[in-house]
Design a protein around this ligand. Structure first.
Ligand SMILES: [Zn+2]
Ligand SMILES: [Zn+2]
Length: 293
């Protein structure tokens, strides 16, 4: 089954043509609980990990003393999500993190210590079958361990988060929306997604989002979200939230199926918010950063 995002309640690009310079495509991953294979794209779940390569550990003594095996967050293939920006010669992306909070390479980047691996799947001939069980090591941080999910990528257009816009344009859009009693559901969209723009409504956007190694701008690689869509009516007509997939609108609030669709990975990111894993836009093998909202 493929999942489809609803139409935005307002097309801001029509009212503000200069906004189209800030339009981009993001890939909603639509994770849903499942049993992904080692070679598939997925959130959580087993990685196509070389048997001869040590499993990454987090050795931050201050946070948890002994080194602990890191937890698989996502695996993406170039066939499913080419937009992830695979370096030449690679077609497999693996992301792991430590469920504890840590200092990170970015000065404003306290969050999950994370590792990003770019590989060529064909190079992994001997696969590590006995992978660390997150539950065994991390039962006290279960909130930050995603349950295994399969993906159904969907391309969706969005505009940048408002703090990325020129101040004048941002002010005019806000006034225009207020005047009409409308809310913007076309910018920095929620849920698990690859690429695009992150919503920084909890803390302001860091003043500089640059790579600790080379100072090139950081780019959102993967957004992780507690919820795929917001509850309640939306806009003056009281429509359901546009990010509730059209194919799942028969689900009843309060039912297990509804919760599994809305909170597929079972993670509480930050204070029931969302987070973004950012990589260097010049060289994605530079140290990544996680920011939580
Ligand atoms: Zn750690
Ligand atoms: Zn860099």
């Amino acid at each position: 089954m493929s999942l489809t995002t609803g139409a935005p309640s307002v097309d801001l690009g029509q009212a503000f043509p200069e906004l189209t310079a800030y339009a981009r495509t993001t890939v909603r991953l639509h994770p849903r609980r499942g049993e992904p294979g080692m070679r598939d794209s997925h959130i959580g779940g087993p990685l196509l990990w070389p048997a001869g390569e040590a499993w990454p550990e987090c050795a931050d003594q201050e946070s948890h003393g002994d080194p602990y095996p890191m937890v698989p967050i996502a695996q993406l293939t170039a066939a499913d999500v080419p937009e992830a920006g695979f370096p030449a010669g690679t077609d497999l992306l693996q992301i792991l993190w430590c469920p504890e909070w840590h200092d990170q390479p970015h000065p404003e980047g306290r969050g999950q210590a994370c590792r990003v691996f770019w590989r060529r799947a064909a190079d992994v001939t001997d696969v590590l079958t006995d992978q660390p069980d997150p539950e065994e090591h991390w039962d006290h941080e279960w909130d930050m361990i995603p349950r295994a999910c399969v993906l159904q990528p969907e391309r969706v257009a969005e505009y940048s988060w408002k703090e990325e816009l020129p101040e004048d344009l941002r002010g005019r859009i806000a006034a225009w929306l207020t005047e009409r009693g409308l809310a913007d559901d076309g910018s920095a969209i929620p849920g698990y997604k690859v690429g695009g723009s992150m919503n920084w409504s909890v803390s302001d956007m860091p003043r500089s989002l640059t790579c600790a190694a080379c100072e090139a701008p950081l780019a959102l690689l993967l957004q992780l979200d507690t919820y795929e869509w917001a509850l309640g009516a939306w806009g003056p007509a009281g429509e359901p939230h546009r990010f509730w997939p059209l194919e799942e609108r028969h689900l009843e609030r309060g039912d297990v199926e509804f919760d599994l669709a809305r909170e597929p990975a079972g993670m509480t990111v930050g204070r029931a918010g969302h987070g973004g894993l950012f990589v260097c836009s010049a060289d994605p093998t530079h140290p990544p950063c996680c920011f939580t909202q």
